[in-house]
Design a protein around this ligand. Structure first.
Ligand SMILES: [Zn+2]
Length: 112
């Protein structure tokens, strides 16, 4: 006989909870590239329709309602930042899965 749904969902939730991603290095932000202008007179990269210097990597993080901090990321730290941003997304995905199980559990419990 099949296990009842509450027991099945509770087990799935326990299993998932034990698979928590490591939160140590999470970064809630996004990584992007941008060209920058040095504003030095006569710079051949910036003058006229020049594209400027770069591209450089920028970490964009929320700094309160409607505010964004943009932090230049040196090349040697880019991989770490990229990993942190991905880790944050993994964490969110994991939390959503647990939340979904809890919503399903709520529906099952209401049937009893
Ligand atoms: Zn320039």
């Amino acid at each position: 006989m099949m296990k009842d749904n509450v027991a099945r969902l509770t087990e799935a939730r326990t299993r998932l909870a034990h698979q928590a991603p490591d939160p140590t290095t999470v970064i809630a932000g996004s990584l992007m590239t941008r060209m920058i202008r040095c504003n030095k007179p006569g710079c051949r990269y910036c003058a006229g329709k020049g594209k400027g210097h770069g591209p450089i990597w920028i970490l964009s993080v929320s700094a309160g309602p409607g505010r964004v901090r943009q932090i230049p990321v040196p090349a040697h730290l880019k991989q770490d930042v990229e990993d942190g941003v991905r880790r944050y997304a993994d964490m969110q995905k994991w939390l959503k899965q647990i939340s979904q199980l809890n919503v399903d559990l709520l529906e099952e419990r209401k049937k009893r």
